[in-house]
Design a protein around this ligand. Structure first.
Ligand SMILES: [Zn+2]
Length: 497
């Protein structure tokens, strides 16, 4: 009897234990299913298309990730304030939930990092897909789902260096203008500063005043990529290349005697003057480039084959989309086979119809620095989960041969002479050997003639680590106003970092 009872009791206990196991197994499977449902549904459906409208759904599921500079500084992050629950876990009926996008560097990165509230621009737009994803710990994600808490989105590491960006931004001083720096070997964009600027932290409240203020000079415009300027004497890089291409064996024999002006015998109505009344005397191509002699280059403008010059401009990416993933403007080159002598004289010194962006200038300097090979500019380096696990490493940039290694080497040596003997003398005593080209483009603004000061170049001359383009609006000459800005950028990157 007692034995029978105890056997029955044991069978009942076994049944209870087995029931428990089934129950927990069911719970476990349900949980796995839940995870598979969310994670699988999310990645399969949406991985392929960053513009999928369903992406907006995730706005409500994940806290937008941070944008982090290559030197580890937070450039954008989302601050969450959640008072819907009391400390003891009970509901707080007066509680609220808010998310605020913060930009710790304010105006310094405004156009390059962009904003994500009034539409999306800059890196906020470029990296939107990754910032809205979350690859944080799936168990924590499920726990967050159950407690109706948002999980943290992934962070995006960009190539911009916060230290260099601050140097570039501050070096522009009170001037409007742009500074863009890239690593010629990797294409990584190291700095991209534009003035005037705006504070992305207060873009919503400031919006009307920014877009309605006709006196403001377009603070939303990223002058590095979207600004178009007459290139002035920086265009002599293109003209020197064209002359070398047409005279590969005897370009050294180019001879010009500068008396401060050039008037073409075939059309003597027009005259080009050297800058500020200078007289450069006897020159070859190399010294005419170093001194930035307008007269010699105006003559070169009349000598080159227009059709071949058009082909060179095409190879150097004029009139086409530039290889960068954020909004940019096409440079403009309008010479045709019918262009007249005066047009060619002006074009040769960058004072004609030609317009270039600082991005385009730095692309040319970068290709010259890198043996003729352009490594396409890129901004994104890595995606990391909120715990810091690497989720994605962006692949190396595509490469494009813009000029031959020999041409790049020759132009590089010309650009080195601009520093050692020519107009970029403010770089002469630097601890590194820099190379570049200055420009002082005279343009009309509200009926007045102003000068936009340029420098585009790279350093060190042997083994370039950085290429930079500077444009300073309403400056003095390139040598006086733009070179010091470039020097601040080179000094920081090569000596002070
Ligand atoms: Zn001259």
């Amino acid at each position: 009897m007692s034995n029978k009872n105890s056997r029955l009791h044991m069978r009942k206990s076994n049944k209870n234990i087995i029931g428990c196991i089934y129950f927990f197994a069911f719970l476990f499977l349900a949980m796995i299913g839940y995870m598979v449902y969310f994670i699988g549904w999310r990645s399969d459906d949406l991985m392929g298309n960053s513009y999928n409208p369903r992406m907006e759904v995730f706005n409500n599921r994940f806290v937008r990730g941070a944008i982090i500079s290559s030197d580890g500084q937070v450039l954008a992050r989302t601050e969450v304030t959640d008072t819907r629950k009391n400390k003891d876990g009970s509901d707080n009926p007066d509680g609220t939930y808010t998310e605020t996008r913060q930009y710790p560097f304010g105006r310094v990165f405004a156009q390059s990092v962009g904003y994500s509230t009034k539409g999306k621009t800059g890196i906020e737009a470029l990296a939107n897909f990754y910032l809205m994803e979350s690859n944080s710990n799936p168990v924590i994600q499920v726990a967050n789902e159950i407690t109706e808490k948002k999980s943290l989105g992934d962070n995006v590491i960009v190539s911009l260096d916060a230290g260099l960006q601050q140097v570039a931004y501050e070096a522009l001083g009170e001037h409007n203008g742009a500074v863009i720096a890239v690593n010629p070997k990797t294409g990584e964009v190291l700095a991209m500063a534009s003035k005037p600027s705006f504070d992305p932290n207060t873009i919503v409240t400031d919006w009307d005043s920014i877009v309605n203020d006709s006196s403001s000079a377009g603070p939303l415009l990223n002058r590095c990529t979207q600004g178009l300027y007459a290139p002035g004497s920086t265009f002599k890089i293109v003209m020197a290349l064209e002359y070398i291409r047409e005279h590969p064996d005897d370009y050294q024999n180019f001879a010009f005697n500068c008396d401060g002006k050039y008037r073409d015998p075939a059309d003597d109505d027009y005259v080009v003057h050297c800058y500020s009344g200078e007289v450069h005397g006897a020159e070859d191509l190399h010294t005419a480039f170093a001194y930035s002699c307008n007269s010699a280059f105006a003559k070169i403008g009349t000598l080159v084959d227009k059709k071949k010059l058009m082909e060179t401009a095409d190879q150097l990416l004029f009139n086409q989309e530039l290889p960068i993933d954020i909004s940019s403007s096409k440079s403009r080159f309008t010479v045709t086979e019918d262009s007249g002598i005066w047009t060619m004289m002006q074009t040769a010194i960058g004072q004609g119809e030609t317009m270039m962006s600082p991005l385009h200038e730095v692309i040319l300097a970068s290709a010259i620095a890198n043996k003729g090979v352009l490594v396409e500019p890129k901004l994104l380096k890595q995606v990391q989960s909120s715990e810091g696990n690497v989720i994605k490493v962006f692949e190396d940039s595509a490469e494009k041969q813009l000029l031959t290694e020999k041409e790049a080497s020759l132009l590089g040596s010309f650009m080195r002479s601009v520093v050692t003997d020519g107009t970029a003398s403010k770089l002469r005593d630097a601890e590194y050997a820099a190379a570049g080209k200055t420009g002082s483009a005279e343009v009309s603004k509200n009926g007045e003639t102003i000068t936009n000061a340029w420098f585009t170049g790279f350093a060190p001359y042997d083994g370039p680590e950085i290429a930079v383009c500077v444009v300073v609006e309403e400056g003095e000459t390139g040598g006086r106003t733009a070179v010091p800005v470039a020097r601040a950028v080179f000094d920081y990157w090569l000596n002070e970092r």
